[in-house]
Design a protein around this ligand. Structure first.
Ligand code: FEO
Length: 405
């Protein structure tokens, strides 16, 4: 690309849009693609902050050469690595081959992974918490933010112009379609908000406590611009994205309910619809019903993050939960999701297994039940379904109390 996009007078955005990839990390759907951002500082010293996924940027090295030339420079003095995941480190090899003298800035954990991936062990500048790299006008201070999203992850904070190079944090799925800055996007909430929460819940959510630790470190510094590795650059309303991440990492959820079920022949689907109707009658105004066999796990996790109320249903399947529901519960346990109210239902034909294992899940994850679980034998007739009324009532009571807080 030959775009010349200035974040500030001496800082350029160098990003690319990936519309080819179907699955991020070969797991999470990308219906609207994803962007990979990196940034070039052309100060008294020049520095590249992170790179992009290999092969997605065309003549990425040539692009950097041209921007350096325009600034009257030829050398790249520093490569700062805030995050080593290959969607950002993919072009490191080409950078080092083009500028073999470049000094690579990272922490001790960065360099272990750097050697493992790229065999690079020379020209390393190790930094730790609070260390500063003086580029001239800009001075980068390093903030260690392990597990946001990998153990080596750090952020770089420009103390001169209060710019935070935040790594994966404050990123989103979705390409940058011409608009690169937040103030160039008229409909952020329609275009990106859901995808940003899905990105957060799928990629970063497991490390929410580490996100809160990062917030604690950054709480006292002014932030005028946020330059993440995915999604828009926040130069007008950085507080908006900070507030979103703060909310999600504290498991603050909306007062609605998602009902997720596994159903082989439609019995649990009918029960889910019954409970959904009873939830509406009980006053809940935001209700989603999902078939775990149809809706991708990525979106189910997003729904769980979004809503305070979770109602899970599973038929028995080989004396276990239905596999798609089991996969979801395993992932939620793995992520350690907190602060949910839970309802459970299911069905069986002989020995059961769906609800029994859902109860075990509830105990493991520690979400309180809003009512006794209902396990329907055979067809969910009106008489059998009436036992589910308590689930809807219990959920409505919990959500009303949340609203009142
Ligand atoms: Fe966008 Fe953790 O990489």
């Amino acid at each position: 690309m030959d775009l010349k996009v200035k974040v500030t007078d001496r800082i350029y955005w160098l990003g690319t849009n990936d519309r080819r990839k179907h699955l991020f990390e070969n797991l999470w759907p990308l219906p609207d693609g994803v962007s990979y951002n990196s940034y070039l500082v052309t100060d008294e010293k020049t520095a590249l902050l992170d790179t992009i996924e290999m092969g997605t940027g065309g003549d990425y090295v040539g692009w950097i050469e041209r921007l350096l030339t325009e600034a009257g420079r030829t050398e790249l003095d520093y490569l700062v690595i805030n995050h080593m995941e290959p969607d950002h480190s993919g072009e490191i090899g080409d950078i080092v081959r083009r500028w073999p003298q470049v000094r690579i800035v990272g922490n001790c954990k960065t360099f272990k992974i750097l050697e493992g991936y790229y065999g690079i062990t020379e020209n390393l500048v190790e930094v730790g918490e609070g260390d500063t790299l003086d580029l001239g006008h800009h001075k980068l201070q390093f903030v260690m933010t392990p597990w946001v999203h990998w153990p080596e992850t750090m952020m770089s904070y420009d103390t001169t112009e209060h710019i935070l190079f935040s790594g994966d944090a404050f990123g989103t799925f979705g390409t940058l379609d011409g608009a690169i800055f937040d103030d160039e996007i008229a409909d952020f909430d329609t275009r990106y908000l859901g995808e940003m929460r899905r990105y957060y819940s799928n990629i970063v959510g497991k490390y929410s406590n580490m996100v809160q630790k990062a917030f604690a470190k950054l709480g006292s510094v002014p932030i005028d611009t946020i330059c993440p590795l995915h999604g828009p650059v926040w130069r007008s309303e950085p507080k908006k994205v900070i507030d979103l991440y703060d909310r999600w990492s504290r498991y603050e959820a909306e007062p609605g309910v998602v009902i997720i079920y596994g159903s082989m022949y439609g019995n649990n689907a009918a029960t889910a619809d019954y409970i959904a109707r009873k939830c509406a009658e009980a006053g809940i105004r935001d209700i989603r019903v999902r078939d775990a066999s149809k809706t991708h796990l990525s979106y189910l996790i997003d729904d769980v993050w979004r809503y305070r109320g979770i109602i899970l249903g599973s038929c028995a399947y080989n004396a276990q939960m239905f596999p798609t529901v089991e996969r979801l519960t395993t992932e939620l346990l793995h992520m350690g999701v907190k602060n949910k109210a839970l309802g459970l239902f299911g069905s069986y034909s002989w020995n059961g297994g769906g609800v029994r294992n859902l109860k075990a899940f509830a105990e493991q994850i520690g979400w309180p039940l809003v009512a006794d679980p209902v396990d329907v034998f055979g067809t969910p007739t009106p008489e059998k379904l009436s036992a589910c009324d308590a689930i809807a009532q219990g959920m409505a009571t919990v959500l009303k109390n949340c609203d009142a807080q």
